[in-house]
Design a protein. Structure first.
Length: 501
């Protein structure tokens, strides 16, 4: 460990990368197990001077490196040493400022800027011959390019420069880091790095995590072939990179261990390639906002490990919902919103007992939801939290009574559909419900207070906060007015009738 500095935040890292089929490698695992501040040896004088030279070249407005005094650099905050040799092996200088402390975004950004390191990065880091972990994320190196000499830090297995405002071209010299297992160069949309080619990826024999989100890859037409050389890769993020080509043939597939693939926010303008169904370890697949078209491949049913599938906002994906998706029993999130999918929700979807988020907004879904909801209600433990089927004008029928058994539901969006009948009394059992939107349907009847008894009994009315209510186009009886004050947990109500407050 490194002084009082902890290492907990990067990318919600999951399990030890050496054995884990899911998620990016854990920085804790990449750090040498012997890195500690309880040392038999002090750091070497050469490495101490190298760190002081590095510090001298930096801007440190908040004094984060004020502990860098004295003879033993292994006791300095952000520095970790090997307990057997005293060599510096860890340099973790990510901005430690937690966003949760601030009520407003601008306050956090201002404080983040004040606590950021900046300035120049000294070549003296080359004297840290055993450095295996370098994290400079969430700092402010505006105007600086990523130093080419980073490619000479031969012991590096972890490099994180994300959101640090580096500019220019990603140096291909990074490909010399043959031991690298984790590389994160993510930036914001306005600060993306440029990439001339990805041939330098060939140097990464052990890379498990690669994040180039918002890097400019518009000129890299062979990106898929380059990435396919990374046979150890577990997680790949190329969201918002300006990719325009997505090959429909890939043989052989070398990244067979890939668990997370995020290619969202590009512009492929093609059909969904079938080779994706052969990446059998995929647990998260995000292809949102890519102008994809055509049908969802039936072969996606072969992705037995899939937990999240996002094909939203492609607009031109069409055809029916594949029955096979209902056999993906590990699925937690399914978002197919803003496409042109038609037909009924397959009966197989009633098997998705692990589904937490189900979004089909703005498609052409028809039929009823009774079989789907009834099936989930029979699960030993229903985990569905968000049900969003808005803007499917052909979807209707009566709301099933069994919806009240989905105890984890926090939001229900069913507006602009064709539901009819009354609100089932069982909805009153949904004590976690925060948003209920069933406006612009064909519903009618009365709403007795008993519908909401359980919700009312669980929360203090005086602490409710309502973001708004839109009351349109349903025909609930005015003789049994619905009181907003009876729903203290609900943040938004949109059911479409005259309301008494």
């Amino acid at each position: 460990m490194v002084g009082t500095h902890t290492f907990t935040s990067i990318a919600r890292l999951l399990l030890l990368f050496s054995f884990c089929p899911l998620g990016p490698p854990n920085p804790q695992a990449i750090k040498p197990a012997s890195a500690t501040n309880m040392l038999t040896f002090r750091c070497s004088e050469m490495e101490r001077r190298a760190l002081l030279s590095f510090k001298q070249s930096l801007l440190d407005p908040s004094g984060r490196l004020s502990s860098w005094v004295g003879q033993d650099c292994c006791k300095w905050i952000g520095v970790g040493c090997d307990s057997r040799t005293g060599h510096v092996v860890v340099l973790d200088l990510k901005n430690p400022l937690p966003k949760a402390k601030f009520d407003y975004e601008y306050e956090w950004r201002e404080a983040l800027n004040m606590s950021s390191l900046g300035g120049k990065i000294s070549h003296s880091l080359l004297d840290l011959k055993n450095l295996s972990y370098l994290d400079l994320s969430l700092n402010n190196f505006t105007g600086n390019k990523i130093p080419e000499f980073f490619g000479s830090l031969e012991s590096l297995s972890y490099l994180n420069l994300s959101f640090s405002f580096f500019a220019g071209v990603i140096p291909p010299h990074l490909g010399n880091l043959s031991r690298l297992q984790y590389l994160d160069l993510e930036s914001s949309p306005s600060q993306g790095l440029d990439v001339k080619n990805l041939k330098w990826l060939l140097g990464f024999r052990s890379l498990k995590y690669l994040n180039l989100r918002y890097a400019n890859l518009t000129k890299v037409l062979d990106w898929l072939e380059a990435v396919n050389t990374l046979s150890s890769l577990l997680e790949l993020h190329l969201s918002g990179c300006g990719l325009v080509s997505l090959s429909h043939s890939l043989s052989p597939i070398n990244f067979t261990m890939l668990s997370v693939l995020d290619l969202s926010l590009n512009n492929f303008n093609s059909s969904i390639p079938h080779w994706l169904s052969n990446v059998s370890e995929l647990s998260i697949l995000n292809l949102a906002e890519n102008s994809l078209r055509g049908a969802i491949p039936e072969a996606f049913a072969d992705l037995d490990s899939l937990q999240e599938l996002d094909l939203s906002m492609n607009y031109f994906i069409e055809g029916p919902l594949p029955v096979g998706l209902g056999h993906l029993t590990h699925l937690r999130k399914l978002d197919l919103s803003l496409n042109n999918i038609h037909g009924k929700i397959p009966s197989s979807f009633a098997n998705l007992c692990n589904l937490q988020t189900f979004v089909l907004v703005s498609n052409n879904i028809s039929g009823e939801i009774n079989e789907f909801v009834d099936g989930l209600s029979r699960c030993s433990s229903s985990v569905l939290e968000s049900l969003d089927l808005r803007n499917n004008i052909l979807l209707g029928g009566k709301l099933p009574f069994s919806i009240g058994a989905l105890q984890k539901l926090q939001s229900i969006y069913l507006s602009y559909c064709s539901f009819r009948g009354s609100i089932p009394e069982s909805i009153g059992n949904l004590s976690s419900l925060q948003v209920l939107d069933i406006s612009v349907n064909q519903m009618s009847g009365i709403i007795p207070k008993e519908h909401w008894k359980t919700i009312n009994a669980s929360y203090n009315v005086t602490r409710s906060k309502f973001l708004g209510r839109r009351l349109n186009r349903n025909s609930f009886s005015e003789s049994h007015p619905f009181k907003i004050s009876l729903l203290p947990v609900v943040r938004e109500i949109n059911i479409g009738f005259r309301c008494e407050t």
